[in-house]
Design a protein around this ligand. Sequence first.
Ligand SMILES: Nc1ncnc2c1ncn2[C@@H]1O[C@H](COP(=O)(O)OP(=O)(O)OP(=O)(O)O)[C@@H](O)[C@H]1O
Ligand SMILES: [Mg+2]
Length: 301
Amino acid sequence: MNKGAALTEHTDRAERRATGTDGAAAVRLEAASLAFGDRTLWRDLDLEVAPGEFVAVLGPNGSGKTSLMRVLLGRLALSSGHAHIAGAPVRAGNHDIGYVPQQKTIDAGVQLRGVDLVGLGVDGHRWGLGLRGRAERKRKVAAAIADVGAEAFAHHALESLSGGEQQRLRVAQALVGDPKVLLCDEPLLSLDLANQRLVSELIEQRRRAHGTAVLFVTHEINPILPLVDRVLYLVDGRFRIGPPDEVMTSEVLSELYGTEVDVLRLRGRLVVVGTGDTMDALGAAGAQHCHADTDPNRVRA
Ligand SMILES: Nc1ncnc2c1ncn2[C@@H]1O[C@H](COP(=O)(O)OP(=O)(O)OP(=O)(O)O)[C@@H](O)[C@H]1O
Ligand SMILES: [Mg+2]
């Protein structure tokens, strides 16, 4: 296929996805509620994510961000309401979803290499196990590894790689199956600024080139702020959805946390500040936001 044809095919696909051939949202939650025993994580959540849309999911520890990912992955049932991916009810093993799980350290002694991890992302896919299928699988894995610039270390044992190198391979694994929806659970955790930028850019490129919808769980919105279309902010059973400018305000966050919170804007960065007990209420979200203090880009007020 020549370059022009490839480009046309990409553009067509992006357009098809942007408009949605069947008019289906990439992600749709209707009156969705999730409770464990008598504890409700969120209730009556309505959310429609369009193809190519970037939604940041924020909230303190235990607010139900990872649980939301698990619902969309078909691994956890809603207490009530409905959840759809690309027009179909959620189900386990859905190849329309790419998933970057919340970081866990690789167990020492597991001799998995980067190339094996990425390969797991295509297992069970449509190419089958024949010779042709195997060649196609190999080609896809190599392309995904090249896309994240991981060729130099993809054949090393994962446990010997740095956090940033492992995270690039996790992103490759999530993208290798060409998903319509990308779920990322704190993918920037413990990465330095350069790797935060690199991983964010990889995800952003995919979204732009393929119209992939992105749900991105994070405690720190600043590294991705320019990419975010809407924020879903979960706190203790309450939530708000809207563009960052509407949700990340002192008024909205004070209401969500039920205590006084200030949101400051410093040269395009957001700093969320609470005092005394408020800091406890903010939990990790507050701690992370306030880690902006140690960021070398921070404006010294
Ligand atoms: N299967 C389960 N049974 C009972 N409680 C659960 C189950 N799964 C999660 N929980 C609880 O639900 C709450 C939300 O968990 P979840 O992992 O979704 O939080 P989170 O927002 O991702 O937090 P963090 O920022 O710490 O990652 C937690 O208090 C957790 O202990
Ligand atoms: Mg979590």
